[in-house]
Design a protein around this ligand. Sequence first.
Ligand code: CDP
Ligand code: CDP
Length: 220
Amino acid sequence: TTHIPVIAIDGPTASGKGTVAHRVADKLGFHYLDSGALYRLTALSALRRGTSLTDEHALAKLAEHMACSFTGGDIILAHENVTDAIRAEEVGNTASRIAALPAVRQALFGLQLGFRKTPGLVADGRDMGTVIFPHAPLKVFLTASVAARAERRYKQLIEKGISANMEDLLMDLQARDDRDTHRAIAPLVPAEGAHVLDTSQMTADQAVEQVLKWYAAEVK
Ligand code: CDP
Ligand code: CDP
């Protein structure tokens, strides 16, 4: 599978990774991996089963034996559609806590490699370019100011009819950035050779255009 191209898109929360990766995959007809969803699924399973968030071994087992599938934009866990449930703030925070555990990351490693199928893959997360697909021909590090990202999350929540508080959002966002950036294993940093794209002043479509341009230059 090493000849199958991968576009790795990493960055902090609400930088637009999911939106941009998804659109780039659509444009190129590539598969799409939302690696954060795997950590969220593990977190949701743990919360529901009451698994202790410090029991690394039990959490890794959960991650390894998760019966999940991704079909037509829906995320299924043990026959239940959890597409919306995994987006809850509590699940995101729990995901970022258990993502710091080496055994959990190890348990999700093979699952992620399996998404690499012809004709290609766009993968988004925190360590796509650094750990999972270090030989990806194109690596992008998407970022945006904390204010811009909090604003984006706020809008997303309001559009979904969920009430949101800007101050809480800012605090959550900074706490998660801090945890993801400073953890010992697979911390959030631009991969070697990654193109860094600050999208604070860009629309999602402009970011998509830039990524497609870089990719075209790469495969030329
Ligand atoms: O996956 P990640 O948490 O990085 O971000 P997302 O879930 O894709 O959310 C980003 C939100 O900001 C979406 O509502 C996008 O439409 C919007 N947005 C963006 O993604 N990129 C921009 N340059 C501007 C806005
Ligand atoms: O959408 P958002 O950027 O807020 O989060 P996500 O991509 O769904 O990921 C949720 C959490 O999982 C992140 O805060 C990370 O701690 C963790 N994660 C990770 O450690 N490695 C990845 N490749 C993807 C997510």
